[in-house]
Design a protein around this ligand. Structure first.
Ligand code: GTP
Ligand code: SPV
Ligand code: MN
Length: 608
């Protein structure tokens, strides 16, 4: 075969053989006009953002420094779970909760899609590192993409470019391994053909190959479909690595809670997409003397330290946060982070004076350009911003960033919260009896679907550990891995597990609990439980506080509503049992017997 001469393909700033041969192979398959090795410099950012403005993908914001507005194709707005595949050799390794396809078959199909798919475009090679660059074993990846939007987003979300590439050679000179992540928007350009602002393809595939630790993504340019370091690597592939190596890759925020006595507690929390992680991660406590600092808002990798405690690291370097609902009242620290600029806003509305706006951000402006690039006024019956519109902003700009956020050792976790969006049944907070019971709470977690994924919104589904779309293997094996994790440490060193629900509603359909900064009252109760200082009532589902057990000083909410938010209702729980049974049926033979035993014990307690 004659090698195609593609400019740039051989001007690699590395001698890493596996990387070089993979880049050449992809270039020959996808036939881009040129190859660019991404260095992650500010000059490169300026060049690419200028090009994106020129192409009509970006509009520079007059009101925020070095920040841009983008509107996607109206059909490319969220993760596509129906088009997401776990391609293990054996279908049983993907399990009943994932879409499965044979790896060879998937590769054959996608190879034909990739053939010539970058024609007329630039192929970017992005070396990146998930988690601190200074880790003993840096978690490396390379994303090849034909989207400049992806390159600049990856600069915000990951440690990438030259500083990542430097880690590809170990101190002893050996080549380190990396996860190859291939991405194409699937929109080749014929000679002379005009580009569109948001190229993508109707046909989409988000494929993970867990055994060979590879990612192939095609057809979408948005979010977790395209920024492959995020869900594809840090959850789907990393969960498999964690299973094999004895650690956990989870859809969790990491926060640092500081008491008035300056005692520090680290809390990790898993809520499904668009259910409150970013908000809790940056919370501004309403109770005097308590402080929160943030370490991450979406993903946590947790490994045991030498002291037997579980330490968490955030693999990301930016926030890709849900925009609507974010303002100075709900999430002031997110607002302060984006005010500093250097951010990308996708599918929000654009104001006439060059700023961004979205629903929930105070008074409606008289005129906007909507995310669909149409005129919008307060009289319009459509939303100005897509419900899954997002801000992409560097963590380093967050005013409450914990100084230890980049420490490769991670932070020792004292408590884990699981939570969902449920209008009924689930109390504001419940403490598990032990790790195994907490694993049962996580494994049976349920939540109403949101706009973060394509499909119907508001349907209650089981979302185990908020990981349903992100577990890279069989959910039953994943539950077993959680149980085994609990056996690897002394019970008193393990984080205590709690189940929370900020979204319970009253008869008037309104939220019973005010949420946001007021969630600090729940955090305070939880850490006081760790200290043995707070009271709770033992119920069939675990330990639930009464209103008197929570610090409600200064809270402007009726005691009836707080009590209703905390209520354990045996009838609601009896109605929940068949749904859990059905869910466990679906998991099938790999359901750990200990979880079945937890369900049986719950049934007995509810009957008693
Ligand atoms: P992903 O980035 O998709 O993983 O979402 P997330 O879990 O980080 O969710 P986020 O914090 O962005 O919140 C999503 C939505 O939930 C926003 O519309 C918030 O306004 C809303 N929300 C967050 N916290 C609370 C809360 O305590 N109470 C209520 N009622 N709504 C909340
Ligand atoms: C989520 O959906 O959980 C997100 C957004 O955090 S995405 O990056 O699209 O996965
Ligand atoms: Mn998320």
């Amino acid at each position: 075969m004659t090698a195609v001469a593609i400019p740039g393909v051989d001007s690699a700033p590395t001698t890493h053989e596996r990387l070089l041969s993979w880049v050449r192979e992809v270039a020959e398959l996808t036939t881009p006009d040129r190859v660019v090795w991404v260095d992650g410099s500010d000059e490169e950012w300026t060049r690419l953002t200028d090009e994106l403005v020129e192409a009509g993908t970006f509009t520079r914001l007059a009101k925020k420094p070095n920040s841009f507005w983008a509107a996607s194709d109206p059909d490319d707005v969220a993760r596509v779970e129906q088009r997401t595949f776990i391609c293990s050799t054996n279908p049983d390794d993907a399990g009943p909760t994932n879409n499965w396809m044979d790896p060879a078959e998937m590769k054959a199909t996608m190879t034909e899609l990739y053939r010539g798919s970058m024609r007329g475009r630039t192929m970017y090679v992005i070396p990146f590192c998930m988690g601190p660059l200074t880790a003993d074993k840096p978690m490396l990846g390379v994303e090849i993409t034909d989207s400049a939007y992806v390159v600049v987003s990856m600069k915000i979300m990951t440690r990438m470019g030259t500083r990542a590439l430097e880690q590809f050679t170990a101190p002893d000179g050996t080549e380190r391994d990396f996860v190859p992540a291939l991405h194409s928007v699937g929109a080749p350009l014929e000679p002379g053909q005009d580009d569109v602002p948001w190229p993508c393809n109707e046909e989409k595939y988000i494929s993970q190959f867990p055994e060979t630790r590879e990612i192939w993504s095609y057809g979408s340019g948005y979010g977790g479909n395209a920024l492959l370091g995020k869900k594809c690597y840090s959850l789907r592939i990393a969960s498999v690595q964690g299973r094999d190596e004895g650690w956990l890759a989870e859809h969790m925020l990491i926060l640092k809670l500081i008491s008035p006595e300056d005692k520090v507690y680290y809390v990790a929390a898993a809520f499904p997409s668009a259910c409150g992680k970013t908000n809790l991660a940056m919370l501004e406590p309403t109770i005097p003397g308590w402080k929160v600092e943030t370490l991450g808002d979406d993903i946590a990798w947790m490994r045991f330290g030498d002291d037997g405690r579980l330490y968490a690291v955030n693999p990301e370097a930016g926030f890709f946060g849900v925009a609507p609902g974010t303002d100075y009242h709900t999430n002031p620290n997110a607002m302060r982070t984006i005010e500093k600029g250097n951010s990308i806003f996708t599918n929000v509305a654009l104001t006439d004076d060059g700023d961004i706006w979205w629903e929930g951000m105070g008074e409606k402006p008289a005129h906007l350009t909507s995310w669909k690039k149409q005129d919008w006024t307060p009289a319009s019956d459509e939303l100005s911003s897509h419900p899954n519109s997002r801000y992409c902003t560097p963590m380093s700009q967050c005013p409450i960033l914990a100084p230890e956020w980049d420490d490769p050792k991670g932070v020792p976790i004292s408590a884990i919260f699981f939570g969902g969006r449920r209008a009924d049944t689930i109390p504001l907070v419940t403490e598990s009896r032990d790790w195994q019971h907490g694993t049962f709470m996580g494994a049976t977690l349920s939540s109403e679907t949101t706009a973060a994924a394509k499909g119907k919104v508001g349907v209650v589904r089981r979302d185990p550990m908020a990981m349903l779309p992100f577990i890279g293997y069989h959910a039953g094996d994943y539950f077993q891995h959680w149980i085994d994790t609990g056996k690897r440490a002394d019970a008193d060193k393990l984080p205590k597990i709690f189940y929370v629900n900020w979204f319970r509603r009253g008869a008037d359909k309104k939220f019973l609990w005010p949420g946001f900064g007021e969630n600090s009252r729940v955090l305070k109760w939880a850490v006081e439980r760790l200290e043995g200082k707070a009271a709770a009532v033992e119920t069939p589902i675990g330990y639930v506080p009464t209103a008197a057990d929570l610090d409600l000083s200064g809270l402007d909410v009726s005691k009836d509503d707080v009590e209703a938010s905390l209520r354990f209702d045996a009838n609601e729980w009896r109605a929940e049992i068949p749904l859990i049974e059905e869910w466990f049926e679906k998991i099938g033979e790999k359901l750990p017997t200990l979880l079945r035993a937890e369900l049986d014990a719950l049934k007995t307690r509810l009957a008693g």
